[in-house]
Design a protein around this ligand. Structure first.
Ligand SMILES: [Zn+2]
Length: 270
């Protein structure tokens, strides 16, 4: 199990882990601590809270979500604090709370094409049957964004959208210059990236001027140079797919971007 790491003056990061656990961050101010995403289960959130306690830090009083995918929110009940979410995310939380999460229902959703087999397998592993899934609703709902003042540190939450999920929000921690990205740079559940959404999103993300970037499922925290590099590969892939040209010796990132832009072009309505 990966350990909680202090990545800047006010920010702790628990890296992603199996089966589909995403990055979770805690931002510690003089007055309040805020959680950025809640993790996949009570057990996942508890691991974050226990590690924070071991560091001598105060328990978070609230959590803010990047989007409503299960792996980022099902641990929210363990915190027992306020939930801050975009209006679309808040609506989805209500739907997730009403969903049947039994093995049978998960299998039915896969058979109906509503969920992937990998999704069902990950939920079963993270939350062994018989499972009780409690999804707490949002307490504070925003449209475009909001700022959370924690005492000596501010978390600016901004809605950015994108192909992965129209709800996607990012959080910029100031003065640390840490940008918590969630999954916003990832492809859609169908594996697609579109020029229309992905290219403006890259501009919006670079405009925060952050120095450290935490991705939902990235193994390391990206420096500004590393993020610019990654976005350069995305732009290169988009251009190659649009112009129908080949890229010489593409690396793994570039290949996956080419694949995602190709999927979008082959499934787009003509
Ligand atoms: Zn996601």
């Amino acid at each position: 199990m990966s350990a909680l790491t202090k990545i800047s003056e006010h920010v702790y990061w628990l890296p992603p882990g199996p089966p589909d656990r995403p990055s979770v961050c805690a931002v510690v101010g003089e007055r309040r601590t805020l959680l950025l995403d809640a993790g996949s289960s009570r057990a996942h959130t508890r691991a974050v809270l226990e590690a924070l306690t071991a560091e001598g830090e105060a328990r978070p009083s609230a959590v803010v979500y990047t989007h409503s995918h299960w792996d980022h929110v099902l641990g929210g009940a363990e915190l027992g604090g306020h939930v801050i979410a975009h209006a679309s995310t808040a609506r989805r939380l209500v739907e997730l709370a009403a969903r049947d999460w039994s093995d049978e229902a998960l299998d039915t959703r896969v058979a109906a094409g509503l969920s992937s087999a990998a999704h069902a397998a990950d939920v079963k592993e993270e939350l062994p049957a018989p499972r009780t899934v409690e999804v707490v609703p949002a307490d504070i709902v925003f449209q475009d964004g909001l700022d959370v003042e924690l005492g000596g540190v501010t978390v600016r939450v901004r809605h950015v959208g994108g192909d992965h999920c129209a709800e996607s929000c990012v959080m910029h921690v100031e003065p640390d210059r840490v940008l918590f990205l969630g999954d916003c740079l990832c492809d859609s559940p169908a594996g697609a990236l579109t020029a229309e959404l992905a290219l403006p999103l890259c501009v919006a993300i670079l405009a925060f001027g952050a120095e450290l970037h935490v991705e939902g499922h990235g193994e390391s925290v990206l420096s500004r140079e590393e993020l610019e590099n990654l976005i350069g590969k995305l732009r290169l892939a988009e251009r190659a797919v649009r112009e129908g040209t080949a890229i010489d010796a593409p690396d793994e990132d570039t290949e996956s971007f080419v694949q995602a832009f190709t999927v979008a072009r082959t499934t787009a309505p003509s």
